[in-house]
Design a protein around this ligand. Sequence first.
Ligand SMILES: [Zn+2]
Length: 262
Amino acid sequence: MAHTKYTQLDIAPTISAALGFHIPDRDGTEIGEIVDYNNARAVDQIVLVVIDGIGATLYRKLQSELNHLPGLSADGVFFEIESLPPRITTPNIATILSGYTPEHHQVYEVADTFSTPVKMILELASDWGIKSGIVIEVMGAKAMADRVNLAIGVENTNGIIDYDHRTASLALKAFSREELTLQMIHLRAIDNCVHHFARSWEDIVFAARCVDENLGQLFSGLLKPTLVMVTSDHPIHVDRWTYLEEGDIHVPLIVGYAGTAV
Ligand SMILES: [Zn+2]
């Protein structure tokens, strides 16, 4: 799959178009192929998954090790989209969620979320009466608490593998018990592994497989027809491992349909 003209700025406008409203002044534009894919199906809910720290080149290298993520796009849509500077978790998640560049959203650390002049896609959806939620680390959830219908903060108390597993489980419960229409979740095992634990390629493969397994449980546990969008905040940014990305600044955007088996 070749790189596309699309960037992380285009994700929020794509979600808003799929939900039937528009973000008034955004830096990105909707991705027509995904809106068309959504509109051709009966979609009850949307989940946006941000996998921390997996670039397009790393994803290609991991493809043969993964099951559920490649399976999602087999009948869906797959793009390699450009990640924006500074390619750090918090500002890049804000770029994804807002559709604005950092100079406009001005979120460089979690505390900035309280004073950003723009609204995230989850807040805009709530304003439109579309129930939305987020499952993210505790501080991120606190920052979003009064802006969305449900902000679940996940403590990292038993290691990152457990954290990701609970994040995916909570997202499923939130969909079914809270009747949310839009959710964003953040899975951190790969980035956490390369920052703290990775000694070899096999360690990164292990972390990626854990993310893939958690996503498999999420996909199979969805009870309503769901548009699933999976992307990343930035390619690997830990010096020791950046060679795996070969200078590529793109991240995957994997889109598919789940929750229809029930
Ligand atoms: Zn990150």
